[in-house]
Design a protein around this ligand. Structure first.
Ligand code: NIG
Ligand code: FE
Length: 384
């Protein structure tokens, strides 16, 4: 196995609590893993050496919430919103029509393009949801497409009730928890539902998550995005890995998150793109809640694939410190996916890292919109 030393790292932000941030650091890659990290002066011998010329190195971003399998475009809906139209969950149906009409090849090519776009911006792990098919066939093929691109796939048949069953939501929940789950479970690691007024109520979301869990899927939940509701407390009660959005929270919601293992995944791209108030990250962090950041990349509410953009929003608009925002974008995302092999640079972790064209990760927020990703390594190999 070849050992490659990445040397001359001006600042290595490991995200490991014991290792912390190391100035003038080096990192040894062996195979697909990190073999050693420490001060450059203490570096072990290696077969090859790469000079980071004083740049900052951070773990590859872990984008734990994205909807990448879709067709169509909703730019007109965005433009209308910027002129004052409100965002509503109903727009999802526009994408459902386009997705159903698209071939497997088109869906696969479009999702792959987005994954490549993410990789260029430093994302080395991405979760991909279904949810724009809403028939047994279209959900199953959406997940088959997702499975070719990531191991973190999520069955979101319970995104909205499709128009053909609008009069009979109970029948749709029965379809999701029965034949659709049956067809999708083998392609999915997770089950999710959109628990929101206009989508699914707490009983329906519970039925979907419990059915998925009975098939061996982990649970996550879209909760409290557009208004207050029961989603966050349901996610915590069920022991879901993550409650996502968390924009409208009561004190009891914050307490439930703080006393559970459920990560609060904040998606500021959605508030940016729907011109809505941002989630209260400080309130969550100061209460001891584990916070992750993710893009929510989707054609309706947040068509960004950029973790650096979300991190900058979190710092500027949600009062997270740059260090908190970096942790939430890497180790926090990993926690939301119940992973300890990514989102951190320590011996044994997967060698997924980003070399920033900057002396410090603070520049990710300080220089928003600037392409600072100089190189990306995934599983021990340079990919960008
Ligand atoms: O996470 N909240 C539900 N689903 C997506 C939006 C989907 C859409 O508008 O197409 C979200 O924001
Ligand atoms: Fe989402």
């Amino acid at each position: 196995m070849t050992a490659t030393l990445i040397d001359g790292i001006g600042l290595l932000a490991t995200q490991d609590p014991g290792l912390g941030e190391i100035a003038w650091a080096a990192l040894l890659v062996e195979g697909d893993r990190v073999a050693w990290v420490g001060r450059s002066a203490d570096a072990p011998p290696a077969d090859a050496r790469v000079d980071a010329v004083g740049r900052c190195v951070v773990p590859g971003f872990v984008d734990s919430h994205a909807h990448l399998v879709f067709a169509g475009d909703r730019a007109a809906e965005f433009a209308a919103r910027m002129s004052g139209q409100p965002y509503g969950a109903g727009g999802i149906r526009t994408t459902v029509d386009a997705t159903r009409a698209a071939s497997d090849e088109e869906l696969g090519a479009r999702a792959a393009r987005l994954v490549t776009e993410m990789l260029r911006q430093g994302t080395t792990t991405v979760e991909i949801k279904s949810g724009y098919g809403l028939t047994v066939r279209d959900e199953a093929r959406s997940l088959a497409v997702a499975r070719m691109l990531t191991e973190e796939t999520t069955f979101l048949g319970a995104h909205v009730v499709p128009p053909e069953l609008a009069d009979d939501p109970a029948a749709y929940v029965a379809l999701v928890t029965g034949p659709m789950l049956e067809a999708c479970a083998s392609h999915a690691r997770w089950v999710d539902a959109f628990c929101e007024r206009g989508a699914f109520d707490a009983d329906q979301a519970r039925a979907v998550l419990e059915a998925g869990a009975a098939r061996g899927l982990g649970m996550r939940l879209h909760a409290n995005q557009l208004g207050p509701g029961p989603g966050v407390q349901l996610a915590c009660e069920l022991g879901a890995a993550s409650a996502d959005h968390c924009t409208h929270l009561s004190d009891a919601d914050v307490e439930a998150l703080a006393s559970s293992r459920t990560v609060a995944t904040l998606l500021p791209g959605a508030e940016f793109s729907t011109r809505s108030p941002y989630p209260e990250a400080r309130r969550l962090l100061d209460s001891g809640v584990t916070v992750a950041l993710a893009t929510d990349c989707n054609p309706g509410s947040s068509y960004t694939s950029s973790m650096p953009f979300c991190l900058a929003l979190a710092v500027r608009e949600m009062h997270m410190t740059p260090a908190e925002a970096l942790w939430a974008s890497t180790a926090g995302g990993a926690a939301a996916l119940r992973r300890d092999d990514v989102g951190v640079l320590r011996p044994g972790a997967r060698a997924d890292l980003v070399v920033l064209d900057a002396p410090s990760y603070v520049h990710l927020a300080y220089r928003p919109g600037v392409p600072l990703v100089a190189a990306v390594w995934r599983a021990g190999r340079p990919v960008v």
